[in-house]
Design a protein around this ligand. Structure first.
Ligand SMILES: NC(=O)C1=CN([C@@H]2O[C@H](COP(=O)(O)OP(=O)(O)OC[C@H]3O[C@@H](n4cnc5c(N)ncnc54)[C@H](OP(=O)(O)O)[C@@H]3O)[C@@H](O)[C@H]2O)C=CC1
Ligand SMILES: O=C(O)[C@@H]1CCC=N1
Length: 276
């Protein structure tokens, strides 16, 4: 029996997707085959899971089994795609075999390139983000040609329990990734810096960290649930000659808006570059 899902590249992001699915029982441990690049990673990755999974390195002949799974999750770095291409080009194409679905989460790599490397697969691009770990992620999906209705349902069944799923035109995926997939890192930098400020102003470290996280979470919840424009929320907090407007003057002088705008634009450009 083939494994129900084969994961090519069981690194940080694939683990973040798989762990909650195993916890929920969406896949049983014996239905999953994960492949990593190095032999030394096998034990380390196994240690990340409480269940006993089949995990092998790419030089183990068992790794070829991933290509027999009906669902395959491709989660190597874009720079590692050529190694996979080499491996796939040596596989025997079985005539009349239904095409498996290949879900690629690789930044930037477009469907045209995927379909040229995987002619015997139906390909989907998925752009998830790391809050899938706490089932609060976002995933953008673009379907390639030939994906069947059952395959669409299987792909959605992977991402919907752990994230909000949006179907997007493929040309929007790099910008989507630059905001939502890279975004948790921007937020983490802001969270850390705000806590540093509170420590500088006299709060103990652990309290400052907690308060920073809670301020970000509460503000995001308010923006989302109230439909307030961000500018309105800012104005609600900034009273004349008050503390907030004093702080905002400094943020504007330091160029916070253009720094964030350029960060997202550069990440989208880098995504397109990585895909080539
Ligand atoms: N991290 C994130 O927040 C997001 C990442 N992505 C995308 O997800 C992909 C993975 O990123 P991430 O999980 O962070 O990266 P990692 O480096 O953590 O994971 C890459 C995995 O691929 C394995 N690997 C390398 N070469 C091969 C090979 N030839 N065959 C099989 N497996 C191999 C690595 O094994 P080993 O370590 O042994 O080399 C590792 O397990 C990237 O393409 C990225 O663009 C998309 C959205 C968000
Ligand atoms: O930085 C990266 O390459 C990955 C892609 C999206 C988020 N992290």
């Amino acid at each position: 029996m083939p494994f129900s899902i084969g994961i090519i590249g069981l690194g940080r992001m694939a683990q973040a997707i798989l762990t909650p699915l195993l916890e929920r029982g969406d896949f049983k441990p014996d239905e999953v085959l994960g492949v990593v690049g190095q032999r030394s990673s096998v034990k380390k990755v196994l240690g990340e899971f409480s269940q006993d999974l089949s995990i092998v390195s790419s030089d183990n002949p068992v790794s070829l089994e991933v290509w027999n799974s009906p669902i395959q999750l491709l989660a190597v770095k874009p720079q590692q795609l050529n190694d996979i291409k080499e491996q796939v080009s040596q596989l025997e194409i079985v005539p009349d075999r239904p095409k498996p679905v290949l879900i690629s989460i690789l930044a930037g790599v477009n469907l045209k390139r995927l379909q040229s490397i995987f002619p015997a697969h139906n390909c989907v691009r998925a752009v998830p983000n790391i809050p899938v770990i706490v089932r609060s992620g976002l995933t953008g999906l673009s379907w390639g040609a030939g994906v069947t209705t059952d395959q669409r349902l299987s792909v959605e069944a992977i991402f919907k329990p752990i994230s909000e799923v949006l179907e997007l035109p493929e040309k929007q995926l790099d910008a989507f990734l630059a905001l939502t997939s890279s975004g948790p890192a921007y937020v983490a930098v802001i969270a850390e810096a705000l806590a540093d400020g509170a420590v500088a102003a006299g709060l103990p470290r652990s309290l400052a960290n907690d308060l920073s996280n809670m301020t970000l979470a509460g503000s995001a919840k308010l923006l989302k649930e109230s439909n307030l424009h961000p500018g309105e929320l800012k104005d609600m907090v900034a009273s004349p000659a008050g503390t907030t407007i004093t702080a905002l003057r400094h943020l504007e002088m330091a160029g916070i808006r253009s720094a964030l705008i350029e960060a997202v634009v550069l990440a989208a450009e880098r995504s397109r570059e990585l895909g080539c």
